[in-house]
Design a protein around this ligand. Structure first.
Ligand code: HEM
Length: 386
């Protein structure tokens, strides 16, 4: 049944129920999205190996002067306990409005640390990876207001109200120890809007197809650190704020848009043919001898052998029209990878020649390590800073 016929069937079923005196609530056949919960405790932090939620809020903090290693521990103990409650639909101790926690809608809360945190508290020995920052790329026009930070909290879920509430409570509990450096809010398709593929970017492209499926060995390989020591089960997180330049993009033909990406706007399938899930055919050529997936197509340059991939979980952002009439919107690109090298290898290739560079500008960049998950009673980060 196509989408239109399905919709008609639902409308007809609705009128039959209405005629029989059913209430709107009784008619509701969809799951109760509001009550859906994701576990907080576990081997890994939550919010990464979970189907992408509709909304995202990222908040980066800088610790206050005078917050030392023990202070960071106290802060993380409080924030961990807050996150454990909020994600399960419960208000926190001293909650400003606990009713707002009642619909967690798959709320997840994930914590990350920047290298600057370890520097400020004299703990650089405990920083678990070789790289301390993301290299500068020629395409970057970075703004401080979207870059770096000591502590990152990723709050994601299917309901904007529970996200607002969680952010509000977490920020208040962090405030004795840290100040807010930046916040970025993003969105994907709403919960329940399932059209058989990942949500679209604000350029209209189906975005997320090549990610590994949740729960598979490939996902694990791409995402979770297996380096010996106290970072096993952790990850590295990259946040890049990428502004879209819609002016010239809007005027491109669909064929040109498809070629720039290497996948079709219509359904996300490769321009080399097949369906959404058909592998890219990077070798096939047109009769004129050119590659069907052009040499500067985004997916050709971003393509990795499947064991070198990354886990992308970004969201779209829309920060309204600017005074000059341009639409300030784009992509909050986030990726999680077992080793940062996986990201930098791809980004270096893209920075050189990616066709999408003509219509996109990275304006923010940050690197965080994601400590491993915790059991009840423990706090996130204790394995590195405890
Ligand atoms: C500039 C803004 C960007 C846009 C609009 C964008 C959009 C897309 C889209 C629509 C796809 C195809 C569907 C999919 O597999 O998800 C894709 C693939 C991909 N993108 Fe991006 N992307 C952007 C930036 C980046 C960046 C900064 C990276 C990493 C450095 C990246 C890495 C990838 C990877 C690894 C793939 C999968 C390639 C494959 O194996 O088929 N993208 N991107």
């Amino acid at each position: 049944m196509n989408k239109r016929k399905q919709l008609l069937a639902v409308v007809v079923a609705g009128s039959i129920f209405a005629a029989g005196g059913f209430t709107a609530r009784a008619f509701q056949s969809t799951p109760d999205f509001g009550l859906a919960v994701e576990p907080f405790y576990g081997e890994h932090q939550n919010g990464i190996e979970v189907a992408r939620q509709a909304n995202l809020s990222l908040i980066a903090f800088d610790i206050k002067e005078g917050t030392d290693r023990a202070g960071v521990g106290r802060m993380m103990r409080v924030l961990t306990s807050d996150a454990a409650l909020l994600t399960q639909g419960q208000g926190i101790i001293g909650d400003s409005q606990f009713e707002m926690a009642e619909n967690p809608a798959r709320l997840t809360i994930t914590f990350g640390f920047g290298f600057s945190l370890f520097q400020k508290i004299g703990a650089t020995q405990s920083w678990p990876i070789a790289q301390k920052a993301i290299p500068a790329y020629s395409i970057d026009k970075l703004e401080k207001q979207w870059s770096d930070g000591d502590l990152l909290i990723q709050v994601a879920g299917d309901d904007s109200i529970s996200i607002f509430h969680a952010v509000h409570e977490l920020a208040r509990d962090a405030s004795p120890f840290a100040t807010i450096r930046w916040q970025q809010r993003g969105f994907s398709s709403a919960a329940g809007v399932n059209v058989g593929h990942d949500p679209r970017s604000l350029f209209g492209q189906v975005d997320g197809t090549a990610n590994a499926k949740i729960g598979t060995p490939e996902f694990k390989e791409r995402t979770w650190s297996s380096a010996p020591g106290n970072f096993v089960g952790g990850s590295t997180m990259v946040v890049r704020r990428i502004r879209f330049n819609f002016g010239t993009w809007d005027r491109l033909s669909t064929n040109k848009k498809d070629a720039a990406l290497g996948r079709k706007l219509a359904d996300g399938s490769p321009v080399s043919g097949g369906e959404l899930t058909t592998p890219l055919d990077l070798d096939s050529k047109n009769s004129d001898g050119n590659y069907v997936i052009p040499e500067d197509a985004h997916v050709r340059l971003a393509f990795t052998d499947k064991n070198r991939g990354i886990t992308r979980r970004g969201a779209n952002y829309d920060d309204n029209y600017l005074a000059d009439g341009t639409h300030d919107a784009g992509l909050i690109f986030t990726s999680f990878q077992s080793e940062l090298r996986r990201f930098t290898d791809i980004q270096s290739a893209l920075a050189m020649v990616d066709s999408l560079n003509k219509w996109t500008t990275p304006i923010g960049s940050a690197l965080f390590i994601i400590p491993t998950g915790v059991a009840k009673g423990d706090w996130v980060g204790s394995s590195l800073l405890g």
